[in-house]
Design a protein around this ligand. Structure first.
Ligand code: HEM
Length: 525
């Protein structure tokens, strides 16, 4: 950055002014009117009142007064970068999505990493899940893979999401803690929600305090479908593998870094990309069919379960490179709107009840947060392929239909038309059953994969999980909540449960939690 010599002049009041000269542009209002004096409001006499007529002052202050928009209701703190996705080879056998048809094809991408629970100003190294949201500007519209750095989730049904998030965020009366999981409300909810146990093992592991955003994995979490040109379906899980590998900090490092530099992760990404060290991830897919899905005790629609990579090795299908920071944080990183329902033809949803709920939630929240149905007109959200709709008007409309026809069918031979061949088609899954609030038995096992994760960890990492649980639960004031968590841990690993119970000074070991968690497969009487 060059620091230019500033030409300063004294104004009538003696204050210093920087005036336009040479290549410096003339300051204007938002209407384009040149401004003569940006430092003194219009007054009657040097010591008199400011006049209502001062339109320049009004515009400047009004615009400032409206600078803030609501922060995201979750994932408020985030940091993004531009880049591209490069397809390794054609996946036409599995999907008709244009992005996967040609080897070497590059698709522009924008990625936003985030923490979940903390507010916009919270510290980067809070123990938390990290969002890993990827927007791919494909030739068939935007495809958003709105994932996390952990492959499972706390709950099995989106209807519980408001409760989970209320419990995880600051308590409503005290408005703290703002970015830590260590509080009674969070652990109360968890202790009463056994399906969260697998995710809790991940959240208490070193994965929750990554060394850098560049050293994290990403997961689409849910099972999705790929559909080929014949509309044949293959189930798929999306995984992002960092070229740099996985690294985390230790908890005492995280605490110190948060104090010394709460922007640690942002700074790291900014510095790396500006230095030309472009972070890279490989997109890997776990592909399987219905027979394979049926071979498990658990349900592939249950977002608290993974398909172990040693059982179903992922295949690499492309790479994601981040090579450019946004020019403006607000315009791009803050206004980017990810939505799980943004999928191109050839990618489809499964019946995972968490995914189904998310597909509803994201459009709703974007309209609220960005303030207009026209948030897709913002450059960061607009498709980079040709697009034509009959949508019109609304606040801040910048892309109204051109010409006479703003409806179809019409007789004017104007406007866009549907395309049964090119358009999005859902997989024609046969559905039947009673309309009721049911939970399948295949969603009932909450401990096996939690155990599998725990025993897959190195003893040092297991020690970190025990310490994290002890630290978190030591902040919980209500004894029965601590006991309930230990009772769940007893169903995961006996030694872990005892270690945590001892460290917390529990007087007696509780009984293991009832592993036959309640499910509702029957209809109410
Ligand atoms: C935001 C991931 C579950 C509602 C986000 C973001 C990510 C994410 C990465 C941040 C996007 C960004 O960077 O702008 C996930 C994952 C989930 C999950 C991986 C489970 C597997 C849910 C559920 C709901 C939900 C169940 C509601 C039913 C929201 C909302 C936002 C959000 C409202 C804020 C969006 C915004 O204002 O831009 N989620 N989420 N999420 N998520 Fe989720």
């Amino acid at each position: 950055t060059t620091i230019h010599d500033q030409k300063l002049q004294r104004g009538e009041g003696g204050e210093l002014h920087q005036t336009a000269s040479g290549s410096t542009a003339v300051l204007t209002s938002a209407q384009g009117g040149p401004v003569s004096d940006d430092q003194n409001s219009l007054r009657i006499g040097a010591r008199g009142p400011t006049v209502l007529e001062d339109f320049h002052f009004r515009e400047k202050i009004f615009h400032f007064d409206h600078e803030r928009i609501p922060e995201r209701v979750v994932h408020a703190r985030g940091y993004g970068a531009h880049g591209y996705f490069e397809t390794y080879e054609s996946l036409a056998k599995y999907t008709r999505a244009d992005i996967f048809q040609r080897a070497g094809e590059k698709t522009p991408a924008f990625v936003r990493f985030s923490t979940v629970a903390g507010n916009k100003g919270s510290a980067d190294l809070a123990r938390d899940v990290r969002g890993f949201a990827v927007k791919l500007y494909t030739q068939e519209g935007n495809w958003d893979i709105v994932g996390n750095n952990m492959p499972v989730f706390f709950i099995q049904d989106a209807i519980k999401f408001p409760d989970l998030i209320h419990a995880a965020k600051a308590e409503p009366n005290s408005d703290f803690p703002q970015a830590q999981t260590a509080h009674d409300n969070f652990w109360d909810f968890i202790s009463l929600t056994p399906e969260s146990m697998h995710m809790i093992m991940w959240a208490m592991s070193d994965r929750a305090i990554p060394r850098s955003l560049r050293f994290m994995e990403g997961f689409g979490v849910h099972t999705f479908r790929l559909l080929n040109a014949k509309d044949e379906s293959t189930f798929v899980k999306f995984l992002w593998k960092p070229k740099l590998g996985l690294q985390s900090v230790a908890w005492n490092e995280a605490v110190k870094i948060n104090g010394a530099d709460p922007d640690f992760h942002r700074r790291d990404l900014w510095d790396a990309i500006h230095a030309g060290n472009f972070p890279e991830w490989e997109l890997q897919l776990q592909l399987f069919d219905q027979a394979f899905a049926d071979s498990f005790d658990f349900d592939i629609l249950d977002p608290t379960k993974i398909i172990p990579e040693e059982v179903l090795p992922p295949i690499a299908v492309g790479r994601l490179v981040l090579d450019r920071m946004p020019d403006n944080f607000f315009a791009e990183t803050e206004q980017v709107a990810f939505m799980t329902q943004n999928v191109p033809p050839g990618v489809d949803f499964s019946n995972d009840p968490l995914l189904q709920g998310r597909n509803f939630s994201y459009l709703d929240t974007q309209i609220k947060r960005l303030g207009s149905t026209n948030f897709t007109h913002l450059p960061i959200n607009a498709p980079k392929c040709p697009f034509h709709t009959f949508q019109q008007d609304g606040h801040m409309a910048m892309r109204n239909p051109v010409g006479r026809a703003n409806y179809q069918p019409n007789s004017w031979d104007e406007g866009p038309r549907e395309s049964p061949q090119k358009g999005f088609r859902s997989f024609a899954e046969a559905e039947a059953g009673p309309k009721a609030r049911l939970r399948p038995e295949s969603f009932a096992d909450h401990y096996s994969q939690a155990r599998q994760f725990y025993i897959s960890q190195h003893p040092v990492e297991q020690g970190h999980i025990a310490s994290a649980l002890t630290f978190e639960l030591s902040k919980v004031q209500t004894p029965v909540i601590r006991e309930r968590i230990v009772s769940h841990l007893l169903n995961i690993d006996d030694a872990l449960a005892r270690k945590v119970a001892d460290a917390l000074g529990l007087k007696a070991m509780p009984k293991p939690a009832d592993a036959a968690a309640p499910t509702r497969t029957d209809l109410p009487a």
